[in-house]
Design a protein around this ligand. Structure first.
Ligand code: HEM
Length: 102
């Protein structure tokens, strides 16, 4: 059996500039074209690729847009995210945030 560790793949120095940084801009506009087809596989690849990928992206886009339209989110003072792998990746201790109505 071959297991591709997406955590490693998505943070590999040979594939990403500043691999440890959260930088959504790397997926915007022309920057997206420079990403190798097999460098970013959040939904897997091949015959067992996630069947819910399109739904998940659409759902996340709608939910995030609705939240951001009404609120601003800011990390709570003194807190910083730390990754924990439990089947899926999640922040240790959650994400304490300050939520303000716009
Ligand atoms: C952000 C959300 C999601 C992520 C990151 C995700 C990720 C994945 C990954 C990595 C796989 C394994 C692919 C592989 O074996 O190569 C998978 C499989 C699968 N996902 Fe998702 N998924 C998400 C949402 C969903 C949703 C919303 C559904 C259903 C509505 C879904 C249904 C499935 C199913 C049924 C499989 C198994 C496909 C198979 O083995 O043939 N997923 N998903």
């Amino acid at each position: 059996m071959i297991v591709v560790a997406s955590y490693v793949l998505h943070r590999h120095r040979a594939l990403w500039r500043a691999p440890g940084s959260f930088d959504p801009n790397r997926f915007l506009g022309d920057a997206r074209n420079s990403i190798d087809r097999f460098a970013y596989l959040p939904f897997g690849v091949g015959p067992r690729i996630c069947i819910g990928a399109a739904f998940a992206i659409q759902e996340a886009s709608i939910v995030i847009a609705m939240i951001m339209r009404h609120f601003t989110l800011e990390m709570a003072p003194g807190s910083s995210p730390w990754p924990v792998l439990k089947v899926t990746l999640r922040p240790k201790g959650g994400l304490p945030m300050i939520v303000r109505r716009r």
